[in-house]
Design a protein around this ligand. Structure first.
Ligand SMILES: [Ca+2]
Length: 260
């Protein structure tokens, strides 16, 4: 009879859970934040930046042609279509610097976090056979790996409504509240405010457009922390044109959601 090896079985049991934080990490010191007015690429030093002319169909830069404040903003644009995505390949358009708290000395932020971003969008979103057009303003993940396995997105659909994506779980779109009347205006600066709580038991997210609530949903399957994020340009492969400016991005740990 073989001896029972409790430690061995305990390790086997724990392995699938090792990538999750089962208990809330504790904040230490003052609430942390990340702020950029996109005045310098150095603000993203050490973070991954999508290469110029990614897939020979989109590009991005810091520009002084249109700003919300300061001298520069982040500008990204699409100039050609990509091949369709398939189950093995994601050919979405990309043009952005990432914010990788996992690569900083203090590690990921601990949610809840409040994110504010100014966006100036020029994009003609259309319904299509296959995949309708959409645009993504923001992507957040608790995952510190390059896989970005569990993401929460703030997207714009072709009807013009800003909405949370991958809520409550990855691949789902079930909201506690979703606007069907407030549309996102093109060709002007718009302030997006996002509250993100990744408590695995009672987490939720809210999005306000110029101070008006437009999307609210529970978030499950994420664990406490904000490890990485990106903004800028993220859109499906079939789109052939469109541009976006970002300015005055602030990501800050908070204790409660804001009151407008
Ligand atoms: Ca600026």
């Amino acid at each position: 009879m073989k001896p029972f090896k409790p430690l061995f079985y305990l390790l086997i049991f724990m392995m699938p859970l090792s990538s999750c934080l089962l208990f809330p990490p504790q904040r230490t010191g003052a609430l942390r934040s990340f702020t950029t007015s996109f005045e310098s690429e150095a603000d993203f030093s050490g973070f991954y930046i999508v290469p110029q002319n990614y897939m020979n169909s989109s590009n991005h830069e810091l520009t002084n042609s249109l700003v919300h404040s300061g001298t520069y903003s982040h500008h990204a644009w699409i100039y050609a279509a990509n091949p369709p995505s398939d189950v093995f390949t994601n050919n979405n358009h990309r043009g952005y610097p990432t914010v990788q708290f996992n690569k900083t000395a203090q590690g990921p932020l601990i949610t809840p976090c409040l994110i504010t971003l100014w966006v100036y969008l020029t994009m003609n979103l259309q319904p299509r056979s296959g995949e309708d057009d959409w645009f993504s303003f923001a992507t957040f993940t608790d995952d510190s790996s390059d896989s970005w396995n569990r993401t929460v997105l703030v997207n714009l659909n072709y009807q013009g409504h800003v909405h949370l994506m991958h809520v409550p779980f990855q691949g789902q779109q079930t909201h506690l509240f979703q606007t069907s009347s407030i549309t996102f205006p093109m060709n002007q600066w718009v302030k997006l405010t996002i509250y993100l709580d990744l408590n695995p038991d009672r987490g939720y997210a809210k999005v306000w457009q110029d101070g008006q609530l437009v999307s609210h949903a529970e978030v499950r399957g994420a664990y406490w922390q904000l490890a990485q994020a990106h903004f800028g340009l993220y859109a499906p492969p079939q789109m052939t044109s469109g541009e976006v400016y970002n300015d005055d991005l602030v990501i800050v740990e908070v204790d409660n959601e804001p009151v407008f």
